[in-house]
Design a protein around this ligand. Structure first.
Ligand SMILES: [Zn+2]
Ligand SMILES: [Zn+2]
Length: 244
């Protein structure tokens, strides 16, 4: 019986691998990619090694435990940000294909890698395991246009990988705002003022999940709303961080 099950799971794995193997590598265009990335390119992904302890802003030099100027001047409502990659080639292209063309396979190696990065971090002594993952919400009109909310999609995959429940509909966007990418940092914060509405009970420990953190404005405003709704510890988890 057990042998039979093992055989079945090996067979399923082979089928899954065959289905996604042999594609084009999004980074080097070689034809032996697995989920959009060949092995050497996977090993070469731009890791966000040196970064602000608080908001994961990439630092241009080797340093650990440093906090960036922004976080010093105005401490964010979250305790830590865990982001394994920088928003650079080929991570930027992979996320764009995933988000705007709905090609989920390009996000698969990134989400799996984020899951491993988080597991490693959650094993550390001072780590706080969230009670609930909260995907950064998208306005329903934008969601309809795109077909899915990538933050919800990523949170659900992480939730399964880490065994943490995922909120759905706990936070709503009250109104449609201008696309954040058209705005500078100050404008982004004002643009989002009072935009999130919490519907329901927020547990003490939560993690906001998003695909990319750019200025951290969304995480700050959403974090503030969650804090006001009762969250005591808020983390931010994402695939990639832009340099500023
Ligand atoms: Zn490649
Ligand atoms: Zn910072």
């Amino acid at each position: 019986m057990i042998k039979g099950l093992n055989f079945l799971s090996t067979l399923t794995e082979l089928m899954v691998n065959r289905e996604s193997a042999g594609g084009l590598c999004v980074a080097c265009l070689s034809t032996n990619a697995f989920n959009g990335l060949c092995l050497p390119c996977h090993a070469d992904l731009p890791t966000n090694r040196w970064h602000c302890q608080s908001c994961a802003l990439p630092l241009p030099y080797a340093a650990t435990g440093l906090v960036c100027g922004d976080c010093l001047a105005s401490p964010p409502p979250f305790s830590r940000t865990l982001i394994p990659w920088r928003y650079q080639f080929p991570v930027d292209g992979m996320i764009t294909r995933y988000k705007y063309n709905g090609q989920r396979k390009f996000a698969r190696p990134l989400v799996a890698g984020l899951g491993q990065y988080l597991s490693k971090n959650l094993e550390q002594k001072d780590a706080i395991v969230p009670d609930l993952l909260i995907p950064a919400p998208m306005h329903h009109q934008r969601r309809r246009k795109r077909g899915f909310n990538q933050a919800q999609d990523i949170a659900e995959q992480l939730g399964r990988q880490l065994g943490i429940p995922v909120a759905s509909g706990l936070v709503r966007r009250k109104r449609k705002v201008r696309a954040q990418r058209e705005l500078n940092r100050e404008e982004r914060l004002t643009n989002l003022n009072g935009v999130f509405r919490i519907i329901g009970t927020v547990p003490e420990r939560v993690a906001i999940v998003d695909d990319v953190v750019t200025t951290g404005a969304t995480a700050r405003v959403l974090g503030k709303a969650l804090r006001e709704a009762g969250a005591l510890d808020i983390q931010v988890w994402a695939l990639a961080r832009t340099p500023g």
